[in-house]
Structure formats: C-alpha cells, structure tokens
Design a protein around this ligand. Structure first.
Ligand code: DQA
Length: 143
C-alpha cells in the first residue's frame, strides 16, 4: 500500500522566496512544493500539500487528515509557539506528525525556542532551510 502524506504550511509561508530571504532563503513555495512532491515520489509515497494563514483551517485539515493520510509534516509557522488548539488537534489524531522549521528556531528570538506542538509530534527538524522538509519526507518514509 502506498503511503500518503500531507504537508501543511502555516501562516506567512505562502510568501517564501520574498519573505525575509536572509532567514528563509530564496526558494518560492511553488519550487519547494514541487521538490517535496518529487522527494516523496522517490520514496514511493504520495504527497498532498496545504497552506493556510488561518488556525481553524489548519485544525480542520488535521482532522480530515486522520482518515485520509498516513502521516503529516507540519510547519505551523508562528502558531508553533503558542497555538494550544493546533497542539490539541495533533494530539487528537492518531497518525504521526513531524514538526519542521526552515530556520533554526533555537538560534533566533527567545519566543521561537518554545514549541507547544513538539511534545505531541513524533519528532522535530529545524535549521536546514528547505532541506528540513526533505529530511522530514525521508523520516516519514522510514516510520
Ligand atoms: C518558521 C519559524 C517560526 O518561528 C516563524 O514564525 C515562521 C517560520 C520556520 O520555518 O523557520 O513563520 O516556522
């Protein structure tokens, strides 16, 4: 059976490529998404990608994912640091979630070093630029 994974990009990640390139790089979300899909295919997995700037939409997608996908890779953006609602949604679904961040959140503002979703995720990957997502795809294929 082919593994189906969902990648969720949270708020402001639609602006990748133009948003603070010194922190997040020059890769656009379109290029990133197509690379993620290629990597997933190479690992024999199907991949859907969803981006939203809205907390409730991310929660709805997580709920729907529990019946449709085998795992979720999530970059919750700034929600990572304070959304107990997203944390509870991840805890509520039984499929594994991997947390990713493009930047090294521990090397930046103090508020970014706290992730309220990390304890309910299978694991976390940060600081490798777009590579954080590719590593998460690799990890997902091995789960
Ligand atoms: C981010 C890090 C967050 O602190 C920030 O709010 C983002 C992006 C990252 O991918 O490095 O929006 O999740």
């Amino acid at each position: 059976m082919i593994k189906k994974i969902l990648v969720i990009h949270g708020p402001n990640l639609n602006l990748l490529g133009e948003r603070e390139p010194g922190v997040y790089g020059n890769t656009t979300i379109e290029t990133l998404n197509s690379n993620i899909i290629d990597r997933a295919k190479e690992q024999g997995m199907q991949c859907e990608i969803f981006q939203s700037n809205h907390e409730g939409a991310i929660i709805d997608k997580l709920h729907a994912a529990r019946k449709e996908f085998d795992g979720v890779i999530i970059n919750a953006g700034a929600y990572t640091h304070y959304s107990y609602a997203i944390r509870d949604a991840i805890a509520a679904i039984k499929i594994p979630c991997i947390e990713v961040h493009i930047s090294n959140v521990f090397a930046r503002d103090e508020f970014r070093s706290k992730s309220v979703i990390a304890p309910v995720c299978k694991g976390s990957i940060c600081g490798f630029g777009s590579g954080s997502y590719y590593l998460a795809v690799q990890a997902m294929s091995e789960l």
